[in-house]
Structure formats: C-alpha cells, structure tokens
Design a protein around this ligand. Structure first.
Ligand SMILES: Nc1ncnc2c1ncn2[C@@H]1O[C@H](COP(=O)(O)OP(=O)(O)OP(=O)(O)O)[C@@H](O)[C@H]1O
Length: 259
C-alpha cells in the first residue's frame, strides 16, 4: 500500500497535470525482421540538382533494434533525413524502402495539428477512436488513459485549444500510444516538455521494444535513450564513436570553448 506521503505527492502532481516516471508506455509491437528501412545509395536535394545535394550516397539501414540519435549542425538535414524515412520526401537518386508491415509513430513540431482545438480532451479521444477493440474506452477508461500523460482533472474537459503547448504535446504522445508502431521517429519531442515529462518519455522509450530515431538538441534525453549517435554533416551520415557527452565535448572544443 502506498504511504500517505506518496499519496499526497501523487495528488499534488495530478493537480499540476504532471507525468510521473513510468506513467505511460508505447504499446507492444511485433519486431519485424531486417531489412526494415534500408537506404540504398541515396542522394537528395530539395531541388533535385546534384550540385545542391544535402546528402550523397547514403547507405544504412534502420530496423526494430535501432536506437539512434541524429545530431549535427543546424540545417545539416536531420529533419530531412526523417522525412526520407517516412516517405514524405523521395530520394533524388537511390531508394528508401519500407517493410510492408512497418508502422511508424511520428512526433514533429506540426504533430499538434492533428488535434482538434475545438473539442474538449475526452471528447476528442472518444470521437477519434470510437471502436478501439483493446478495451471499451468508456469515459472512466479514457480519463485514466489521458491521465497517464499528465492530463488530469479539469484539463480533461477543457477544450484542446485552451491547453498549453506542453499539454498538447502530451496529447500527441497519447495519440501515438494508441497504435502498435514498430518504429518511432521523434523530431525535437522535448521542446515543450518539462523535465518530469522528458524523464517519463525517456523511460517509455527505454521500455519500448521497437526501433527509434531521435532528433533532439536535448543531450540529456539523448544520453538516456540512444545506443548510437549518428552525425549528419558534409552530405554524409557517420556513426560517432563515443557517447553524446564526448560529442558535446568535441563540439565545445571545435567552437573554442574548451581546450
Ligand atoms: N521544403 C524545403 N525546401 C527547400 N529547402 C528546404 C526545405 N526544408 C528544409 N530545407 C533546407 O534543407 C536544409 C536542411 O534542413 P533540415 O530542417 O533537414 O535541417 P536540420 O538539420 O533538421 O536543422 P535544424 O537542426 O536547424 O532543425 C536547410 O538548409 C533547410 O533550409
């Protein structure tokens, strides 16, 4: 039984609409055998012109064991690489193929546009997922479900348009977790999240059994979830040999901040 102090703490958290660690999970997914998302001799320019290639001759594969953080200078093409993975962009040369059973869960800065700002939170989920087979999705179940993402109490009956950007981000994660995705592509997922929500996200990623590609400037999150660091720079994607802290130190050295 939880102690009185724990119950009090949980109540306080609930009132603030915070997520606690291990609050939510990405649902189980089937592990697809490789190749899941191979890049074969991929070159890409938005204009299609070889002299403007953002990437040249990329060869790598993403699969259900991938836990990668993409780093690199601003404008190097990290978001572009994610769009090539999803098929939003097609290579100028070469191919990116997706396993026929691949289901991708995406988070990016425009993900909140899927939310209907006019609807209160619970109404939005009930209308968006009317026939979810896993459970009946009665009112109480929806309340408990969105509560796990730190949207509790009165927030649940508040119109989505009235919520903060951080609260909307949490709803996007609640939507992502409605699907059994085998790969997560996360583009700056922490921009509007507080530290507790970031830790909760890190914990959920670490318990998830699919693949993940993360673009983030949040080195703390990268440190928690990435097994590999890939550097996007000079039209290439190369694997960094150390951890994210070593990368950060190398960057600082390059910028003359550290000897
Ligand atoms: N739709 C587009 N049409 C033309 N050029 C684009 C388009 N989208 C992005 N770019 C350009 O492509 C380059 C790579 O952009 P991208 O957003 O992929 O970089 P990034 O590494 O994710 O940057 P950041 O770290 O600043 O978010 C940039 O020079 C950007 O201006």
């Amino acid at each position: 039984m939880p102690s009185a102090a724990t119950v009090k703490k949980e109540k306080e958290k609930k009132a603030k609409g915070k997520m606690s660690k291990s609050a939510f999970s990405f649902p189980e997914c089937s592990k697809l055998p490789p190749p899941v998302l191979p890049f074969i001799n991929v070159s890409f320019a938005y204009s299609g012109k070889p002299e403007e290639y953002l990437y040249k001759n990329l060869e790598f594969g993403i699969d259900c064991d991938t836990r990668v953080a993409l780093v690199g200078p601003n404008g190097a093409g990290k978001s572009t690489l994610l769009k090539l993975m999803t098929g939003d962009l097609t290579p100028s040369v070469g191919s990116v193929t997706r396993h026929p059973h691949l289901s991708i869960g995406r988070y990016h800065q425009h993900s909140v546009d899927q939310l209907n700002e006019e609807l209160p939170v619970l109404e939005f989920f009930k209308s968006n997922y009317p026939n979810t087979p896993t459970f009946k999705r009665e009112e109480d179940e929806w309340r408990a479900y969105v509560g796990r993402f730190g949207i509790s109490g009165r927030l649940q009956t508040t119109k989505i348009g009235m919520l903060s950007e951080g609260q909307k981000s949490r709803l996007v994660f609640a939507m992502m977790c409605m699907k059994n995705n085998n790969l997560l592509l996360l583009d700056e997922p922490t921009n509007h999240l507080d530290i507790e929500a970031i830790d909760s996200l890190a914990d959920a990623i670490n318990r998830y059994d699919g693949g993940m590609v993360l673009v983030s400037h949040d080195f703390r999150l990268i440190d928690q979830v990435a097994k590999e660091i890939w550097v996007c720079e000079d039209k290439k994607v190369t694997m960094w040999k150390g951890d994210i802290r070593a990368y950060k130190a190398a960057l600082a050295k390059k910028m003359g901040l550290k000897k």
